[in-house]
Design a protein around this ligand. Structure first.
Ligand SMILES: [Mg+2]
Length: 272
């Protein structure tokens, strides 16, 4: 009888181990099956195909054009300048994002540098015309971007290929130690009166937005609502940005792809 119990107990343990192994295997399978970038597909297709994207870009540059044409230039103590971001504000990097979907790859510095070296980023609709207008009105353009400092040469060459003004190392400030841009903005503000800030990411405008979650970012936008379309010109970027990494994922970088997928689903507001 004792022998039967022992065999029975052994079978129960075996069954538990088998079930647990299967469960772990199934969780691992789900993890490996969670696509890394598939969720961005419609955003990238929209940027590359929707006429509405082009219209929004023209709209942003038209507002900026009215602003620089109507500037009151009396009692100027400093020369005028525009501070603008580069990626998804002046130039279009959607082919890099499309590659990430096709290859199912997360952001990777080497891949990003490879794309930059091609110098194939096109100007956003209306960008080249606007920045040349600003230049013709005597307004200097400073490009403050979080591209890596290693990318300075090819970035300037890409801007030159597009015939953008001030494409030189005195006007292109890339990321050295920090993604935060205020120190670079302050450097420009020492010698210039900045009339416009342009960007696709709120941290392109003010340090108030640095490292904030979605709730705080939205509250600050409400407080500064009159600045948008006035001193701040915003461009659409549904493909990536702080709205995702710092807002949606709460500035935490070690979520698994499955966890990110769940987080995205959790943030959907449905009526039922
Ligand atoms: Mg940008």
């Amino acid at each position: 009888m004792k022998k039967i119990y022992t065999i029975f107990n052994f079978l129960i343990v075996l069954c538990i181990v088998f079930t647990s192994c299967n469960q772990q295997k199934s969780e691992k399978d789900t993890e490996s099956q969670t696509p890394i970038k598939e969720h961005t597909e419609l955003a990238v297709i929209w940027q590359q195909n929707a006429a509405e994207y082009r219209a929004l870009s023209y709209q942003a540059f038209n507002v900026a054009t009215q602003k620089v044409k109507n500037l009151k230039r009396t009692k100027l103590s400093k020369p005028l300048a525009i501070i603008t971001d580069l990626d998804e504000t002046v130039i279009d990097n959607s082919p890099y994002s499309a590659m990430q979907i096709k290859q199912d790859l997360d952001f990777d510095k080497d891949d990003w540098i490879e794309w930059g070296k091609l110098k194939q980023a096109k100007g956003l609709p209306g960008a080249v015309r606007f920045f040349n207008l600003a230049d013709s009105l005597g307004i200097e353009v400073f490009y403050i971007s979080n591209r890596y400092q290693d990318q300075l040469t090819e970035t300037i060459e890409n801007l030159k290929l597009l015939n953008l003004p001030n494409a030189d190392s005195a006007h292109v400030f890339l990321k050295t130690t920090t993604s935060e841009k205020q120190a670079r903005r302050n450097k420009v503000l020492e010698d210039y009166q900045v009339v416009l800030y342009m960007g696709d990411n709120l941290s392109d405008f003010s340090s108030v937005f640095d490292n904030q979650n979605s709730k705080s970012r939205n509250e600050s936008v409400d407080k500064m609502s009159t600045e948008f379309g006035d001193q701040f010109i915003v461009f659409p970027n549904p493909m990536y940005g702080d709205w995702e990494s710092k807002g949606l994922y709460e500035n935490k970088r070690d979520w698994s792809d499955k966890e990110k997928d769940s987080l995205r689903n959790l943030k959907l507001t449905s009526y039922k």
